[in-house]
Design a protein around this ligand. Structure first.
Ligand code: HEC
Length: 135
């Protein structure tokens, strides 16, 4: 878990950088219900065996709800999508397609209480950079 702690520390640094950006988009309804439903499918296949079906994690895998949302509050979605793309699933990092990756971000927004809306979450990193996980 030492390596995990270092990643968490690095993420905290990224979030600090995100927090100084001007006017990030924190409006709800930034992903579609279809994206989240697809993300839930990918999650069930590639993530749930470690992070658990209820996203609560266990003693050596962090939860992706609750404390997770507080940790990521203010963090931008490009950082989250980039981390998922680089590091997850832990047994095969980088194996998710761009569309699957963004669908999982949509699913994580939904699982953390954000309602779906008419706008699809974009894959473009520059657009994601201007969006925060939570206000
Ligand atoms: C083999 C087990 C395993 C699988 C499968 C896995 N993860 Fe992880 N995940 C971990 C561990 C362990 C960590 C803690 C960081 C570390 O040690 O690398 C982590 C960390 C994370 C984090 C950062 C949590 C935080 O508090 O910032 C996210 C987000 C995440 N995983 C999402 C996913 C998603 C989405 C998938 C599926 C695509 C996935 N993980 C698949 C084990 C796993």
């Amino acid at each position: 878990m030492r390596q995990g702690m270092m990643i968490v520390a690095a993420l905290a640094g990224l979030m600090g950088a995100g927090a100084v950006m001007a006017g990030p988009d924190t409006q709800p309804g930034r992903y579609t219900a279809e994206q989240a439903a697809h993300g839930a499918q990918v999650y069930a296949q590639a993530c749930a065996m470690c992070h658990k079906a209820d996203l609560a994690g266990d003693f050596d895998t962090p939860a992706l709800v609750g404390r997770f949302a507080r940790n990521w509050a203010g963090g931008d979605l490009a950082s989250l999508a980039g981390y998922l793309h680089r590091a997850m699933p832990a047994f095969a990092p980088g194996s998710l397609s761009a569309a699957d990756n963004i669908a999982i971000v949509a699913y994580l927004l939904q699982a953390n209480g954000e309602p779906a809306g008419p706008r699809p979450l974009p894959e473009d990193p520059a657009a994601l950079k201007a969006m925060r996980f939570k206000p």
